[in-house]
Design a protein around this ligand. Sequence first.
Ligand code: UDP
Ligand code: MG
Length: 137
Amino acid sequence: MEKTLSIVKPDGVKKNIIGEVITRFEKSGLRIAALRMLRLSKEDAKNFYIVHKERPFYDSLTDFMSEGPIAVMVVEGDNAISRVREIMGATNPKDAAPGTIRADFASDIEHNIVHGSDSPVSASFEIPFFFSSLDIN
Ligand code: UDP
Ligand code: MG
């Protein structure tokens, strides 16, 4: 069993598709092991996306991620990391495969609805960023 961190970003919460995202994970056989809503401060968003601090989109991305509430969850299952990323689709919705969350709902490369950890190392930073071990079922 592998665990990954997924986020319904502020654009996804505004579009009222938290349930749609969770349903896609559940329908694929993945399980939700932890779930909560919160709003990141600009500082929190900068810390969460610290790996991107040198990228040109860092300031804009962290503004976006702190502009409204998000839904964060731990998703669990065999190969959960790669399966969540497949269900999400490519970062840029223009490149995302048909039927993926980003192809269906994202408006552009920044406002792309959903986050998923990209590796076991990322997941082991991102899960405890939001959840204590006591919160994870
Ligand atoms: N992003 C952006 N411009 C880019 C690349 C990424 O605004 O050129 C944003 C987008 O919201 C993306 C996030 O930064 O989801 C993190 O980028 P990453 O390359 O890690 O993409 P992901 O793993 O989310 O597919
Ligand atoms: Mg990433």
